[in-house]
Design a protein around this ligand. Structure first.
Ligand code: OFO
Length: 164
């Protein structure tokens, strides 16, 4: 079954959102580096790389279905933040935004009875549960330790452990 034009356009839009996510998280990494939180920065670089892998999952899927990938322009990401708690509040809010988009795509695939797209999108539905949980857990820890002091240094060390 051929990928519908409507579905193809929506998936291309999602490629843009995933690359925009990578760009946002790389900007957050750069900010964390600038305030000497190397562990937070490393976590964000890995997050950024993961977002690029999400973009490539959609990219490859569009071609697997005989479609055409079209890339869109990206907005300039924020470069300054109010500290690590602010960074993770924005990370969680961004992931919630992405979850909403994935659910809309899922609903669209369901309406079109596009079962192949539903399969790919189910992976993203599950992934978003993880993404929100991870960002939410780190935000909770930040709320406990605050934006400075020994607790923050320990959290920075812990986040440096994330594999890429
Ligand atoms: Fe953060 O999961 Fe993709 O966008």
């Amino acid at each position: 079954m051929e990928l519908s034009k409507k579905m193809q356009d929506a998936l291309n839009e999602q490629i843009k959102e995933e690359i925009a996510s990578a760009y946002i998280y790389l900007s957050m990494a750069a900010y964390c580096e600038s305030i000497n939180l190397g562990g937070f920065a490393k976590w964000m670089v890995n997050q950024s790389n993961e977002e690029m892998s999400h973009a490539m999952k959609f990219y490859n899927y569009i071609y697997d279905r005989g479609g055409r990938v079209v890339l869109e322009a990206l907005d300039k990401p924020a470069t300054e933040f109010g500290g690590p708690t602010d960074v993770f509040e924005k990370t969680l809010a961004h992931e919630q935004f992405i979850t909403g988009r994935i659910h809309k795509l899922y609903a669209m695939a369901s309406e079109e009875k596009d079962y192949a797209s539903l399969g790919v999108l189910q992976w993203f539905v599950d992934e978003q549960v993880e993404e929100e949980k991870t960002a939410g857990d780190i935000l909770e820890m930040l709320k406990m330790v605050g934006d400075k002091g020994q607790g923050l240094i320990m959290l920075d060390r812990q986040l440096a452990q994330r594999g890429g």
